[in-house]
Design a protein around this ligand. Structure first.
Ligand SMILES: [Zn+2]
Ligand SMILES: [Zn+2]
Length: 325
């Protein structure tokens, strides 16, 4: 049962509903605070819903009526916002100027002297490469995987799965991506445009649609490409880290794109159903231990400890024929 699901009318004998009520009230309050703090997110959320709900109904990859855990993803969408805003603002106010001072002035001037379109291309390359590195660390460093596995706990993917994630995971991801942008000192309009694009693009990558855009996977992260990042199959563990561009995975040999689509998703571990429960997961004793067969007991899924992931990845086949369910 999710935090926002209706409570049972007749609770099991001896089991108190008080914790569930308290959890539900805290979640609703956190969602309300997130909405008040960032009302424009509601508009973006509604636009995404208007685009992706019909798309997933009309051209689904996996046909289903609805999944039972959608409400916890809605909670993540809004309730995580305030802590993310506070911590990222503080972190960037410290790290941004420091990175700007450290970055070689000559190189910065050389970048910023280029035409606007070229600066934007450089911004995308720099920020997306930084995101690749941060995302890879979130998988391959044990304590960080404890945070990131919340995002990977979805066993059914759709556009809403994008939002599920521990706030500390999302903070790390955001700070790692934005600091290089601060260091170079790109035009604010370019930076804001990129950040908006980077926020909404993953909704497409997670979507439950047969429009997997597989031929574009040679350069861009497509639904086909990112679905394999979430696949619960040994050969797919710690693959496809890219957020916008898939070229980094090709360059660093972490790409994996079979001709078919994954048969299952998740981490082989059931996390708590509530938003608060999922927030607590990284700090629980034994969290992440043996999340999948071969887990190292420290982080659960770091690729460096999994025999299967040491195998060379199957070369990406961007022009492959999609196998549709
Ligand atoms: Zn990931
Ligand atoms: Zn994802």
């Amino acid at each position: 049962m999710t935090a926002l699901s209706p409570l049972p009318s007749s609770p099991a004998r001896g089991r108190s509903v008080v914790p569930q009520v308290v959890t539900g009230l805290i979640t609703v309050a956190a969602v309300a605070v997130g909405v008040l703090e960032r009302p424009q997110l509601v508009f973006g959320f509604v636009v995404c819903a208007l685009v992706f709900i019909p798309l997933e109904q009309l051209i689904p990859l996996v046909r289903r009526s609805s999944r039972p855990d959608w409400a916890v993803d809605v909670a993540h969408s809004f309730a995580n916002r305030l802590p993310i805003t506070i911590v990222v603002t503080v972190a960037l106010s410290v790290l941004g100027p420091a990175a700007h001072r450290i970055f070689p002035a000559g190189l910065r001037d050389a970048v910023l002297a280029r035409p606007g379109w070229l600066q934007f291309v450089v911004l995308v390359l720099v920020a997306d490469l930084a995101n690749y590195a941060g995302h890879r660390a979130l998988h391959e460093v044990g304590p960080l995987w404890r945070l990131h596995k919340v995002h990977h706990s979805s066993t059914e993917l759709d556009w809403l799965s994008t939002s599920r994630g521990h706030p500390l995971d999302q903070i790390i991801n955001l700070v790692v991506t934005v600091v290089p942008v601060y260091a170079i000192g790109f035009n604010l309009t370019f930076s804001a445009a990129f950040m908006a694009f980077q926020f909404y693009f993953p909704f497409l990558a997670h979507a439950n649609t047969r429009i997997t855009l597989r031929p574009l996977s040679a350069v861009f992260v497509t639904p086909a490409f990112h679905h394999w990042h979430h696949a619960d199959e040994p050969a797919a563990v710690n693959r496809n880290y890219g957020a916008i561009l898939s070229v980094w995975d090709r360059l660093f040999r972490t790409g994996y794109l079979p001709r078919r689509m994954p048969s299952s998703y998740g981490i082989g571990e059931t996390l708590p159903a509530s938003w608060l429960g999922q927030l607590a997961v990284p700090f629980q004793r034994g969290s992440g231990r043996a999340a999948l067969p071969g887990g190292d007991g420290a982080g659960g899924r770091p690729g460096v400890c999994r025999k299967e992931s040491l195998r060379p990845p199957e070369p990406p086949r961007p022009a492959g024929r999609p196998v549709r369910k």
